[in-house]
Write a protein that binds this ligand. Structure first.
Ligand SMILES: *[C@@H]1O[C@H](CO)[C@@H](O)[C@H](O)[C@H]1NC(C)=O
Ligand SMILES: *[C@@H]1O[C@H](CO)[C@@H](O)[C@H](O)[C@H]1NC(C)=O
Ligand SMILES: [Ca+2]
Length: 211
C-alpha cells in the first residue's frame, strides 16, 4: 500500500472509530499487583469492596485514604452506575479480587473544572486501589440500561410501563393497560424513595424487591 492510499483511508477510519467526535479522555490503568489465581472479574452492576488512596497528580498530596482515615474500613460501591467518579467506573472493570491498580484520572472523569473540597479545579487524580471483594449487585446494570430508553439515568413511569409490556409479551401474556397501571403505581411506591417521580440508577440498585 502506498502513502496515498494510507492518507485517504486514515481519516475515514478515524471517523469510524470515534463516531466523528473527539476521542473521550481516558483513564490510565496500571496494574500494580495481579493475583496468581483469578476466580472472578469485576463487571458493571457488581458491588465492589475496595481500599484506596487518592493523590493529586500535581504535587503528590494524598487527599484521602480509606486505609488510614475514618473507620479505616474498605468501601462498597456498585460499578458502572455513576455512584463513583467516572474514572472509577471506567478504570475498575475486569479486575480480579486481590488485584491492585493505579488509576490516573483526568479532571473530566473526576471533579472537573470546579474541583471539590480538597481537590483544586481541573485536577488530575491518581488512585491506588485494591479490590478486596466482589459481590453480585442486587440488580444488574444491564437491565437498568435496557429500561432507560432515553439514557437519562433514571426511569420514568412510561419507561417502566414499556418494560412491563415487553416482559408480558415475552412471556406470552396479552398486554393489559389497567393491570400495568396498577403494577407501575406499586413499583413507584416501593422504588421511588425520594418521590421525585423517577427511579434513579441508585434507587434501582439498592432496592431489594424485584421489579
Ligand atoms: C499541593 O497542592 C494542593 C492544591 O493546590 C495544596 O493545597 C497543597 O498545599 C500542596 N502541597 C504541597 C506539599 O505542595
Ligand atoms: C386487566 O387487569 C385488571 C386489573 O388487574 C383486571 O381486573 C382485568 O380483568 C384485566 N382484563 C383483562 C382483559 O384481562
Ligand atoms: Ca430515563
Amino acid at each position: 500500500m502506498n502513502i496515498f492510499h494510507i492518507c485517504s483511508i486514515l481519516p475515514s477510519l478515524f471517523v469510524f472509530v470515534t463516531g466523528g467526535k473527539l476521542p473521550e479522555p481516558e483513564v490510565k490503568i496500571e496494574v500494580i499487583h495481579k493475583p496468581f489465581m483469578c476466580y472472578r472479574k469485576s463487571k458493571y452492576g457488581d458491588m465492589l469492596l475496595v481500599h484506596y488512596d487518592g493523590f493529586l497528580e500535581s504535587n503528590g498530596t494524598r487527599f484521602h485514604s480509606s486505609r488510614n482515615e475514618g473507620d479505616k474500613n474498605p468501601v462498597w460501591f456498585t460499578l458502572g452506575i455513576k455512584e463513583v467518579l467516572k474514572g472509577w467506573d471506567k478504570g475498575l472493570k475486569d479486575m480480579c479480587t486481590g488485584e491492585r491498580r493505579k488509576l490516573t484520572v483526568p479532571p473530566s472523569l473526576a471533579y472537573g473544572k470546579e474541583g471539590k473540597g480538597k481537590i483544586p479545579p481541573s485536577s488530575t487524580l491518581v488512585f491506588d486501589i485494591e479490590l478486596m471483594d466482589i459481590q453480585n449487585g442486587p440488580r444488574s446494570h444491564e437491565s437498568f440500561r435496557d429500561m432507560d430508553l432515553n439514557d437519562d439515568w433514571k426511569l420514568s413511569r412510561q419507561e417502566v410501563t414499556e418494560y412491563l409490556k415487553k416482559e408480558f409479551e415475552k412471556h406470552g401474556y396479552s398486554p393489559n393497560d389497567t393491570h400495568h397501571e396498577v403494577m407501575v403505581d406499586d413499583i413507584f411506591k416501593n422504588e421511588d424513595e425520594d418521590k421525585d417521580g423517577f427511579i434513579s440508577a441508585r434507587e434501582f440498585t439498592y432496592q431489594h424487591d424485584e421489579l
